[in-house]
Design a protein around this ligand. Structure first.
Ligand code: TXE
Length: 516
């Protein structure tokens, strides 16, 4: 099969082909983008054409004329998957006959990520405005690749006895085939790593669909996969919007979906996946409680709560500790230290290494967050003591929202119950351990929970009562390849990381050999 030209990929659309060419002319003159796009192969130009097509479709009056565009995407998907992907997958399975080769492939990819950490960090900044001081999360991608590479030659099954017979009863785990990974705009590399690495280690091929808001780092990752010589088609980065995501979920060639994003989208994904009964893992939002007990180290707790709360990614993280539950005996002392850390933090240009808090992702997000704040003030959900406004002055051009703190918050209020996905936290006072646990669990979400205490027995006791997939005691939500990460309740189901994360990309087969 001949590789379609850019014009063909543009669905024969002159304007889109021209847009892509103009895009390239501009990009190759840009000091930041040129290094990223200059040595992009024809194959990647297709992806950029598709990505531009999505932008084009959204902004142009050609929508009707381009009506068949999603079809082009599923054509793109269908074509590769049916003929080439399967053969490449089959090649990979054959390769797994030589685990050393597959293992070295993932290790080479981890090395390539290591060599391009600065590049990937800068693309993270361009993707979702995460401060460069925090954009180095591509190192997690590298760690996931190294960790799961180690599993490639250790994917073993089991045998079990069969009552009253000498039959051999084998339990084997096999790859699904081709899996789809859909990532959100915040932390696309971390989510990519936590899904793509175990999927490959398990012997699957992957179609990775980054968010249309933040495709750059994922595209670069796709390129690194090509650069290290992974079989073409093993990792396919398809930047597209909701339609593209839906096309991926509905595609009969996709045997498993890993979705990370909001719960509203997750419901659509599950509905679409029902068509082919495609199994889905969902990693969704949170409204995590951060419990500060009276015996906690308040200076450490204030620092952690500020960064795990409104500062890290401007609160745009599923792991944002957005409900701070403080024991009445230390409430005022803690709030004073907490506010001091927030007010001492540098807010500004995410490319400035001194900056710890950058803008939010879009005008829409800024408007939504300001509306949440205004509603909380109007409904007296709590007392606004810090922030609450959009920043002006030299930051007026950007979507900067002040880190915002409400105290005396009613946990039943929308402020405390709805994921804001912005730099807004609620402080809630409690009087005893049972009340803290009750309030912490009084949410639809269950992704993370945080506990600050110097009492180890209490830490263990409380951790077991908290309804959350991960509980962090006196530490940040330091996601690692070794630990299974994921939610309960409306924060989703399934896990990434650890053996649990690997098993998400393997299906179990029972083989019984009759011994007569
Ligand atoms: O999500 P969206 P966003 C959560 C976070 C917040 C949300 C923010 O808590 O709620 O994600 O991310 C694609 N069929 N997490 O705004 O809008 C879309 O193109 C198929 C949790 O990006 O749900 C994008 O690629 N796909 C998390 C992706 O879905 C569709 C870590 C997510 O988009 C689609 C980070 C459709 N119909 C954020 N519509 C965790 N728990 O680890 C959109 N998409």
């Amino acid at each position: 099969m001949t590789t379609p030209t850019l014009y063909e990929w543009a669905g024969g659309h002159e304007a889109l082909r021209r847009l892509t060419e103009v895009f390239y002319d501009q990009v190759l003159e840009d000091p930041i983008l040129a290094p990223v796009f200059a040595h992009m192969s024809e194959n990647h130009r297709e992806h950029v054409a598709i990505w531009l097509g999505e932008v084009f479709r959204g902004h142009s009056r050609y929508t009707d004329e381009l009506g068949g565009y999603p079809a082009m995407l599923s054509h793109h998907l269908g074509l590769g998957l049916t003929e080439e992907q399967r053969s490449r997958w089959a090649a990979l399975i054959a390769r797994s006959a030589d685990p050393d080769l597959a293992l070295s492939g993932l290790v080479d990819l981890a090395d390539a990520v290591r060599e391009n950490l600065d590049d990937l960090a800068r693309l993270n900044v361009h993707d979702y405005a995460v401060p460069i001081s925090f954009a180095g999360n591509a190192i997690l991608l590298e760690r996931f690749l190294r960790h799961f590479a180690g599993y490639i030659d250790k994917l073993h099954g089991a045998t079990t006895p069969v009552t009253g017979s000498f039959d051999i009863n084998l339990i084997e785990r096999e790859p699904y085939g081709v899996v789809g990974v859909i990532t959100p705009w915040n932390g696309s590399l971390v989510v990519s790593g936590s899904c793509v690495a175990p999927a490959l280690a398990a012997g699957n091929a992957v179609v990775l669909k980054p968010s249309e808001v933040a495709p750059l780092a994922a595209l670069r990752f796709g390129e690194l996969c090509m650069d290290v010589g992974l079989p073409a088609g093993l990792v396919n980065v398809v930047p597209a919007g909701p339609e593209g995501g839906d096309a991926l979920v509905r595609h009969p060639g996709i045997r498993k979906i890993h979705f990370t994003g909001g719960d509203a989208t997750a419901r659509k994904v599950l509905q679409s996946a029902a068509a082919n009964l495609t199994p889905v893992v969902t990693e969704l939002g949170g409204k995590s409680a951060n419990i500060i007990f009276g015996d906690a180290d308040l200076d450490a707790a204030a620092m952690l709560s500020a960064h795990q709360g409104p500062l890290m990614q401007s609160g745009q993280s599923c792991a944002c500790a957005s409900r701070v539950l403080v024991h009445e005996s230390v409430h005022d002392a803690f709030v004073e230290k907490f506010v001091a850390v927030i007010q001492a933090s540098t807010i500004g240009d995410p490319l400035d290494p001194q900056v710890v808090c950058g803008p939010v992702i879009s005008q829409g997000a800024a408007d939504r967050i300001l509306a949440v704040i205004e509603q909380a003030v109007t409904q007296r959900s709590g007392e606004l003591i810090v922030g609450g406004k959009r920043l002006g002055g030299e930051l007026a051009q950007g979507y900067y929202i002040e880190p915002t703190v409400f105290i005396g918050v009613d946990n039943a209020s929308a402020l405390a119950q709805t994921e804001t996905f912005g730099p807004v936290v609620s402080v809630i006072k409690f009087s005893d351990e049972a009340e803290a646990v009750r309030v912490a669990n009084d949410t639809n979400y269950g992704l993370n929970a945080f506990v600050q205490t110097t009492n180890l027995s209490r830490a263990h006791r409380v951790a077991r009562q908290l309804e959350a997939g991960s509980v962090w005691i006196n530490t940040f939500s330091d996601i690692s390849p070794q630990g299974p990460y994921g939610g309960c309740k409306q924060s989703g189901f399934g896990r990434t990381g650890g053996l649990e994360g690997l098993h998400e990309f393997l299906q179990v087969k029972n083989i019984r050999i009759g011994m007569r």
